[in-house]
Design a protein around this ligand. Structure first.
Ligand code: TEU
Ligand code: CA
Length: 553
């Protein structure tokens, strides 16, 4: 018997506020801009908005470096605007989930300013300080954003730990005062009426003793530390369990078995986690900085493992992309022609939304927005990309400038951060001023206004696919079973609930594929629920997606 929860039946839409909608012409998206677009989101049919950070921040890492958890960034508006957003969203039946970034703070947070002041101050132990070794850092551990994970501080001569940028010092979760301070902030926001949290790198908060003494990469060494489940259960007891909310943990380096601990139905920790295995499907020697395309069999193996692995005991989050990843259609589909862009964007939506789990749409994905043709470093804003360029081009000559630019166009985070393309007005209708990052030049044809008028657009297709979730319980609760795992072109699976069955078939290639054995898999008295071609055919056409529904028999 399936356990029903509202967040299992919901569709989440992620907003990256800086790039969503500018309301005052300063070139930066803001909260009043989001309020202006709530009707668009309601019309799309989503249920929950996940807001990337809107807190006060020096913005070294796109707001993931927070200097005050109880203040709104001036660039984004005021606390009044935030209250308005909550009220206006709730009026429309939309919930709002905030980003909680508490593995680290900004180095401008008062906690860190006090902590660095002296070795014996009351906040010293709130961060992780160590003596250097032989005139250098305590060890050679590297940060996720390249370079050492340790930075020396003049004030006391000691080094502090940062798994990410040096402006993002890691909090010391072993300290009970730190945990209590975090819980208090969480309660403060929940009491204001927010509907949950997306928790940034939440599986990195407990540092294994060995990791802090290791020479490895922080991203690998510091995941799933010894006390992380203890902390999350404490957080659940003290905060989460007292509210009717949704929580999703961002958890790099978590496999299926570990995910069941974080998000098991009876684990008393989180509602679900974001897995990274899919995001690593095209990684290579220098991580994502390569030119590899994924193999469909790898992609299917990963998704099927998560589908069957969590069945009945935990819940999947389903996503192709977010603010850290390239655009879904460019990466997993095909943006080389207008026709294939539209077909493959719809195919990807079908493939993902028909699986078991809560789907996340990243802003612009519902338009089939593509990667950006970046030509020079001047167009880049992302600290991770700059640091990788320094390491791979300047310091180690692994790639030439041109080779690295090609990799940035493929994998850089700024691909996802170009402004939302609302219309064919200047700057895609995002701003009347100068946008903080360039607008993708294809906004004149790829934009919301055009697609709203076109029943065959990617946007119209997303509305239909979201509606299916409301109409057919099998979409939410059906159990998953993969077909032809070794097929390099077709991703097909079934979903079954009681005596009903759904068959999902997706052609991931630009080729026409014959699969005569498909017909034997059709549900009984099958009807076609949705597809991305206007008329039927036997063979599977380029990037074709079809969903059939009928009896299990
Ligand atoms: O991301 C964590 C994380 O693992 C990223 O480093 C991700 O793997 C990488 O960007 C992909 O190239 C979270 C946030 O989503 C990200 O925006 C922040 O920069 C990071 O934490 C630090 O807060
Ligand atoms: Ca603005």
């Amino acid at each position: 018997m399936e356990i029903h929860n509202w967040w299992k039946e919901a569709v989440v839409y992620q907003i990256y506020p800086r790039s969503f909608q500018d309301s005052n012409g300063d070139g930066i998206g803001d909260i009043p801009g989001i309020i202006d677009r709530l009707d668009y989101l309601k019309d799309l049919g989503i249920d929950i908005i996940w807001l990337s950070p809107v807190y006060q921040s020096p913005n070294v890492d796109g707001g993931y470096d927070i200097s005050d958890y109880q203040a709104i960034s001036q660039e984004f508006g005021t606390m009044k605007d935030m209250e308005q957003l909550l009220q206006q969203a709730h009026l429309r039946g939309l919930r709002v989930v905030m980003d909680l970034v508490v593995n680290h703070t900004s180095d401008q947070h008062v906690w860190f300013i006090e902590s660095r002041r002296s070795k014996d101050g009351p906040k010293r132990d709130w961060y992780i300080w160590r003596d250097g070794c032989d005139g250098g850092p305590p060890n050679r551990m590297s940060s996720v954003f390249s370079g050492s994970a340790w930075t020396p501080d003049e004030e006391t001569g000691q080094y502090y730990l940062h798994l990410f940028a040096k402006e993002q010092p890691d909090l010391n979760w072993e300290n009970g005062e730190v945990r209590r301070a975090v819980y208090e902030i969480m309660r403060w926001w929940l009491d204001m009426g927010i509907d949950g949290f997306r928790m940034d790198v939440i599986n990195m908060i407990s540092k294994p003793a060995g990791a802090l003494a290791s020479d490895g990469g922080a991203g690998r060494e510091c995941v799933n530390g010894p006390r992380v489940h203890e902390y999350l259960r404490e957080m659940n007891r003290e905060v989460l369990s007292r509210y009717d909310i949704m929580t999703v943990g961002e958890t790099p380096g978590v496999a299926v078995e570990e995910a069941k601990k974080y998000g098991g139905f009876d684990s008393d920790e989180l509602s679900m986690v974001f897995q990274f295995e899919l995001m690593d499907v095209d990684a290579g020697v220098y991580g994502k900085w390569n030119q590899r395309r994924y193999m469909l069999t790898d992609l299917k193996r990963i998704l099927s493992q998560w589908q069957t692995g969590l069945e009945g005991c935990a819940w999947n989050s389903l996503f192709w992309s977010n603010h850290d990843q390239p655009r879904a259609v460019s990466r997993f589909g095909d943006d080389t022609s207008e026709e294939s862009r539209v077909l493959s964007a719809k195919m990807l939506a079908t493939c993902l939304h028909m699986m078991q789990g809560t789907p996340y749409i990243y802003q612009g994905e519902e338009l089939g927005m593509t990667n950006m043709p970046f030509n020079s470093l001047k167009e880049i804003r992302d600290i991770e990309t700059f640091n990788a360029y320094r390491e791979l081009v300047c310091e180690n000559s692994i790639y030439t400038h041109d080779e690295m630019m090609a990799r940035i166009r493929k994998s850089g985070r700024d691909n996802a951060r170009t402004p939302m393309q609302w219309s064919s007005a200047p700057n895609g209708g995002f701003t009347d001023g100068v946008p903080w990052i360039g607008v993708n030049p294809n906004y004149t044809s790829v934009n919301a206004a055009v697609q709203m008028r076109d029943p065959e657009s990617v946007l119209s297709y997303y509305k239909r696919i979201i509606r299916l979730r409301r109409q057919y319980p099998v979409v939410v609760y059906g159990s998953y079973s993969p077909l032809w795992p070794d097929d390099e072109k077709i991703f097909a699976y079934t979903r079954s609930l009681n005596d009903m069955r759904m068959l999902v078939i997706c052609n991931f290639t630009p080729d026409t594929v014959e699969r005569p054995d498909i017909e034997s898999c059709y549900p009984k008295d099958a009807e076609l629920l949705i597809g991305n071609y206007p008329f039927p055919a036997k063979a599977l056409r380029p990037f074709e997606a079809r969903v059939y529904y009928g009896g299990a028999a």
